[in-house]
Write a protein that binds this ligand. Structure first.
Ligand code: 8X3
Length: 249
């Protein structure tokens, strides 16, 4: 039977690449994001059926409304990939912008919680389903100026563990993947469009690509039902920890 995956943040980067990878494996997908045009572009390129849901994960009402409106053919969600999230700013705590902090807590933490809460009941009822949360190496180790971004990803890590414990009697597979440096729009967003600054994050190393992360997500998804990859940290070989990076000058 065709499996259905719901992917948040599908309009770019890891979300986009994961949609491509899973569609190639035959999954039908619910593509979620804020940018409808991008989602349409992705939909047209996929070899499998998909449905677009355009909403902002941090808008609690919108999340529940959108998920309620999923057409019948897509309603049984076998796999939820909580990928939406971003970094906003890179500043020491005493100089950071509170709006940036709000945006990270709202999107990376509250958004992930809302989508999970909207999808979880059907998985509990069916006693099957898988959730893969996209965390970050930043959630494992706080790095200078990462403060709230790191805290938001630590919350993803901790919530994943809690969710796995709570849902253990119901046969769900709950895990997280924690990537290190991945060359996507991530740094463009973090540095608010400062292209040069964003590029310099990746130009002196061989960073992961979004497709590398998608491959690992697919591996987690395709593992046999009795196998849960609970906690996967994925680093480029040039990166040993959140802040030990072998940069070539
Ligand atoms: C993205 C990885 O190292 O830039 O979450 O925080 S890092």
């Amino acid at each position: 039977m065709t499996k259905t995956v719901l992917i948040t943040g599908a309009s770019s980067g890891i979300g986009w690449a994961t949609a491509e990878k899973l569609a190639a494996l035959g999954y039908q997908s619910i593509l979620c994001g804020r940018r409808e045009e991008r989602l349409k572009e992705l939909q047209q390129s996929l070899p499998a059926t998909s449905h677009i849901l355009c909403f902002d994960v941090s808008d609690r009402t919108a999340v529940f409304q959108a998920i309620k409106q999923i057409p019948e053919a897509f309603q049984q969600i076998d796999l939820l990939i909580n990928n939406a999230g971003n970094a906003h700013g890179l500043d020491v705590s005493h100089e950071a912008n509170l709006d940036d902090w709000d945006a990270m807590i709202d999107g990376n933490v509250k958004g992930l919680l809302y989508v999970t809460k909207a999808v979880l009941p059907q998985m509990i009822e069916r006693r099957s389903g898988q959730i893969i949360n996209v965390g970050s190496i930043a959630g494992k180790e706080a790095y200078p100026k990462g403060n709230v971004y790191c805290a938001s990803k630590a919350a993803v890590d901790s919530f994943t563990q809690g969710l796995r414990v709570d849902t253990n009697p119901y046969g769900l597979r709950i895990g997280a993947i924690h990537p290190g440096l991945v060359e996507t729009e991530f740094s463009e967003v973090r540095f608010k469009g400062d292209h040069q600054k964003a590029e310099s994050v990746y130009s002196t190393i061989t960073a992961l690509t979004a497709a590398d992360v998608a491959d690992a997500v697919a591996y987690m998804a395709e593992a046999p039902p009795h196998v849960t990859l609970a906690d996967v940290t994925l680093l480029p070989t040039d990166q040993a920890s959140a802040y030990v990076i072998n940069r070539r000058s």
